[in-house]
Design a binder for this molecule. Structure first.
Ligand code: CA
Ligand code: CA
Ligand code: CA
Ligand code: CA
Length: 273
């Protein structure tokens, strides 16, 4: 019997040549499949779906684009402080450009409301006139800003409104934050959620639709480009702990993978005998 290393390298496995070569090669592959399954089960159990912080790239998210409404928002799960999110509104629409991308919404954890702020800076690739919007976990509007009161067409919100509406972010928890280009504003079933009387105001939900959850946006025409959101008081959302039934499935998968490895290992020894 000869053993010959596959030219594809160690990862491709050892070619077995002999009287029962085909059978043994099949068994070899089954054993390798079992080991891969075992690794997948162990990794799935030990490594929750988390993203690395504290600086997030929209391109690294599933699909490479944050959705437009809470149901499709990018949930920023992980551990620790969230400093920034770098993304892009690519525009688009029907035709060859692709899926429309006029709004990017993220779910975040405001861990320290007393320190909360979110500043949107556009560029450097495609500078544009930004807007920023904050919603609570019930999808109701809280705060919105077009132009940063410090100047320019970037955007910034802290924890309070400055247009006379009694809004203050005081409760740690999950929120939604969205970036759009001017003049793409959020709508509920009753109309605009915010009334931006002044571009520099940090508005509360004082529009005719302000008491209802966000449903959609006024949409294009609107500015688009690349941006970064700079946060304070924000953390990544801890991934959910597996439930008892999920842990049961993991244990069952481990048992099956180990059992399969033992059984096929025994078959190899029988063939060799
Ligand atoms: Ca986007
Ligand atoms: Ca988007
Ligand atoms: Ca602006
Ligand atoms: Ca207002």
């Amino acid at each position: 019997m000869q053993h010959k290393q596959n030219s594809a390298g160690r990862g491709a496995g050892m070619m077995v040549v002999g009287g029962d070569g085909k059978v043994m090669l099949r068994v070899k592959r089954l054993r390798q499949s079992c080991r891969v399954l075992l690794c997948v089960v162990v990794v799935s159990a030990c490594a929750p779906m988390a993203i690395a912080g504290p600086d997030i790239l929209e391109d690294d998210l599933p699909g490479g684009d944050a959705g437009s409404i809470p149901a499709t928002a990018a949930k920023l799960e992980g551990v620790g402080v969230l400093n920034s999110v770098k993304g892009e509104l690519k525009g688009g629409g029907p035709g060859p450009i692709g899926v429309p991308d006029f709004e990017d919404m993220y779910q975040i954890l405001i861990a320290a409301p007393e320190n909360f702020s979110a500043e949107v800076v556009s560029g450097p690739k495609f500078p544009f006139n930004t807007q920023v919007w904050l919603f609570d976990i019930s999808e109701l509007g809280l705060l919105g800003n077009d132009d940063n009161s410090a100047g320019g067409t970037g955007s910034r919100i802290g924890r309070i409104a400055n247009d006379g509406t009694p809004v203050i972010v005081s409760t740690p928890g999950l929120y939604y934050i969205a970036v759009t280009g001017f003049d793409n504003d959020p709508l509920s079933s009753q109309g605009p959620i915010f009334n931006q009387a002044d571009p520099a105001e940090v508005s509360g939900p004082d529009g005719p639709g302000g008491m209802q959850p966000i449903q959609e946006w006024t949409g294009p025409p609107a500015d688009v480009g690349d941006y970064v959101i700079l946060f304070t008081g924000v953390e990544l959302i801890p991934p959910p702990v597996p439930t008892t039934s999920e842990w049961g499935l993991v244990v069952m998968g481990l048992f099956l993978a180990v059992a399969a490895t033992v059984v096929f290992g025994y078959r190899i020894r029988v063939v060799r005998a």
